[in-house]
Ligand binder design. Structure first.
Ligand SMILES: Cc1ncc(COP(=O)(O)O)c(C=O)c1O
Length: 376
């Protein structure tokens, strides 16, 4: 059979579901149109801060070679790669392996922490808007959230957070760099804050986007965990490493805290994710490639917003927060009609919009659509 026009190969090539098309025999022109149309209807997704370049070739190969292990539980020997990954992370971060907990995406780590602190029914202090997973989960256990507005530069307001600490406070949550604003805190200010505040209460630092700021010399707060301070750091393989769909991330804290958090996890990660993460962690080439592509995307978006005279925040992540000047519902509806998905509403910044970097061809389509938006 001619390989180029077999149904199986064409469907594979186009990367779509062939559920409605039998997989054997040759493709006819009607079916080619059907495939093309279903490909076109997949929206351009600039809404969830994923890395569309992932996973790397090395990681793809590792996943394929590990495929037969899918019938095994990921935590039992000799198939346990999670402990191996925890050891690798511990070595790079300069901590004991018992201070690392690999989770099902960092979301599972955020939720486990939300549960552990939530059941104390005390108070978590966090800024808004930010990434909500930990606080949303803690609220389910009747924990109160003391919301602090971001400062004028749309950064975490460390002074105000400090002012609000009381004997009811069980945790301070910081997302750095912050989602949705993309802003980063001054490293000395953050370090001093963590050093002082962790003497009074636990400080959680969500570093999901830390990798994007690595070349700017921003420090991770794991350096304070290493010195024994009361701090929890979360990280993820979903962003620069491009593994969002596999669900793997991790927490770093002191041993006692990590063993408490381990009891609060639910599903954990899976065997393919553990193989993928081990290989991704050592794949420097792809890491740098992703950072370069992301910088290209950021610069493209900065120029677009400057051309249109729109205010935006310099980003240390893979997305940009810009002031559209229109309610986000209107921007989202307009973009949806152009088959483009943008970030959700982030109250109280209803006139702002968060856009992920994505591939250049997707950003070009977004650029055309945004220019059209201001023409209408
Ligand atoms: C700040 C922040 N933390 C954590 C997460 C969760 O990521 P994951 O569960 O994929 O590790 C995200 C996802 O976008 C995020 O933006």
């Amino acid at each position: 059979m001619n390989k180029q026009i077999s149904r199986r190969n064409l469907i594979k090539l186009l990367g779509i579901s062939g559920a409605s098309i039998p997989l054997t025999g040759l493709i006819n022109s009607k079916e080619i149109n059907l495939i093309k149309n279903s490909k076109e209807s997949i929206p351009i997704k600039l809404s969830s801060n994923e890395n569309p370049y992932g996973p790397s070739e090395k990681v793809r190969d590792a996943i394929v070679s590990a495929f037969d292990e899918v019938c095994r539980y990921p935590y039992s020997e000799p198939y346990n790669r999670i402990s191996k990954l925890e050891k690798k992370i511990a070595k790079r971060e300069g901590v004991d392996p018992g201070m690392v907990l690999v989770t099902g995406g960092s979301n599972e780590g955020l939720r486990a922490t939300g549960r552990l602190f939530g059941i104390e029914k005390k108070e978590i202090i966090a800024c808004k808007p930010t990434y909500l997973a930990l606080m949303t989960y803690a609220k389910e256990f009747d924990c109160k959230i003391n919301w602090v507005p971001l400062d004028k530069e749309l950064k975490y307001d460390l002074n105000e957070m400090k002012n609000r600490i009381s004997d009811k406070t069980s945790m301070i949550f910081i997302c750095n760099p912050n989602n949705p604003t993309g802003t980063i805190l001054d490293s000395n200010a953050l370090e001093n804050f963590c050093l002082n505040i962790s003497k009074k209460t636990c400080v959680f630092v969500d570093e999901a986007y830390y990798d994007y700021s690595i070349n700017d010399g921003y420090p991770t707060m794991t350096k304070l965990v290493r010195k024994g301070h009361n701090i929890i750091v979360s990280r993820t393989f979903s962003k620069v490493y491009g593994l969002a769909g596999l669900r793997i991330g991790y927490l770093i804290s002191n041993k006692e805290r990590i063993s408490q958090l381990k009891k609060c996890t639910m599903a954990g990660t899976n065997i393919l994710a553990s193989h993928a993460a081990i290989n991704a962690y050592d794949d420097k080439e792809f890491f740098n490639y992703s950072l370069n592509k992301n910088n290209q995307g950021l610069n493209f978006l900065y120029s677009l917003f400057e051309d249109l005279g729109l205010e935006y925040k310099k980003s240390y992540t893979n997305f940009v927060f810009f002031k559209s000047g229109h309610h986000i519902d209107k921007v989202q509806d307009f973009m949806k009609k152009k088959n483009i998905l943008v970030g959700r509403a982030f109250p109280p910044y209803f006139n702002w919009c968060r856009i992920s970097t994505g591939k250049m061809e997707d950003l070009e389509k977004f650029s055309i659509a945004l220019k059209d938006f201001y023409k209408t």
